[in-house]
Design a protein around this ligand. Structure first.
Ligand SMILES: O=C(O)[C@H](O)[C@@H](O)[C@H](O)[C@H](O)COP(=O)(O)O
Length: 293
């Protein structure tokens, strides 16, 4: 079965097939171009729902459908999670599914705050309470940071964990990443105008001057984010409307961090609600109830 993971391996190992590969990618991008007239950017799907209530079930289905695809292809599903409002929405919607088998899921964190797991600011702690403790994800499948370490060592330690979890990849290729976007256009812990946006060597980086508290965090870098097979942003609420317009429709000046998420060989979804989409002028998809992406 053709997946973005196999395309990645080709890129790394089969340089002699360079021309064939490019022809393949060209045909793939043509499919995406004509997949939906909603596309402002080839391959990107901006999907608007009346509210979180309609968005949530579609998100849950998107996750489980990509999990099924990954399990059929390589026997496990690697999922990167973000914090914010995603924690409660994802937990609620996954738990509402009639059958959810997470026994072969491997969970990573797109970013994490350097606080102890019982601190209310800990993204892992929130997911543990709201999701992990209620489903059959094995503890060994949850790749957590070690918050007892100083921030640089913590990032190095998390880098090692990801490399061990993805031994065949130079850059870990997650099956799916779920991202949020702050009102300043940040995603993961990649903030506007921050030097970490230019990081190309590290797969995980420390940050000790996060403008959003807490200041110490570790974050996946853009090379990892853009290597994923599928990236889905979830962004809701009217406070996101001005930034969403600039991220999706462009702006003068440097692109916001969220706008720099463009998976090289993967899918890109923006799942938003009407208040967040209020200022958009691009064409978007508005699926009916019960839709599946
Ligand atoms: O660690 C963090 O500070 C959060 O994870 C943060 O990056 C969040 O993902 C965005 O701010 C979007 O959050 P909302 O979806 O709640 O607006």
């Amino acid at each position: 079965m053709m997946t973005c993971r196999t395309v990645k391996v080709w890129q790394l190992q089969l340089t002699s097939l360079y021309i064939a590969q490019n022809l393949f990618l060209l045909s793939l991008s043509s499919q995406y171009l004509f997949h939906s007239d909603s596309a402002f950017m080839a391959g990107r799907r901006v999907v608007v729902f009346p509210s979180s209530a309609e968005l949530g079930p579609v998100l849950a289905h998107l996750v489980t459908s990509r999990a099924e695809k990954a399990l059929a292809s390589h026997g496990r599903f690697t999922l990167g999670l973000s914090g914010g409002s995603l924690v409660s929405m994802l937990s609620k919607e996954l738990l509402a599914l009639p059958e959810l088998d997470c026994s072969k899921w491997v969970i990573g964190f797109c970013d994490e705050r350097l606080v102890s797991f019982d601190d209310p600011e800990s993204t892992y702690g929130l997911y543990k309470n709201q999701l992990f403790s209620k489903v059959n994800i094995p503890d060994s499948g949850i790749l957590t940071i070690d918050p007892s370490l100083p921030v640089s060592e913590c990032a190095e330690n998390y880098t090692r964990k990801l490399k061990e979890a993805f031994p065949d990849d130079d850059i870990p290729v997650f099956d799916m990443l779920l991202l949020g976007m702050g009102p300043d256009g940040h995603t993961c812990s990649l903030f506007p105008d921050h030097p970490l946006l230019e990081e190309t060597k590290k797969i995980v980086a420390p940050i000790s001057d996060s403008p959003k508290p807490p200041p110490q965090r570790v974050t996946m870098t853009l090379p990892v984010v853009n290597s994923a097979c599928c990236v889905a942003f979830v962004s809701t609420g009217g406070s996101k409307a001005p930034i969403l317009k600039e991220v999706l429709e462009g702006r003068e000046g440097p692109a916001f961090p969220a706008a720099r998420v463009v998976p090289t060989n993967g899918e890109l979804f923006w799942l938003v609600d009407d208040p967040a989409a209020a200022s958009l002028t691009i064409q978007v998809e508005r699926p009916g109830s019960g839709a599946k992406l």
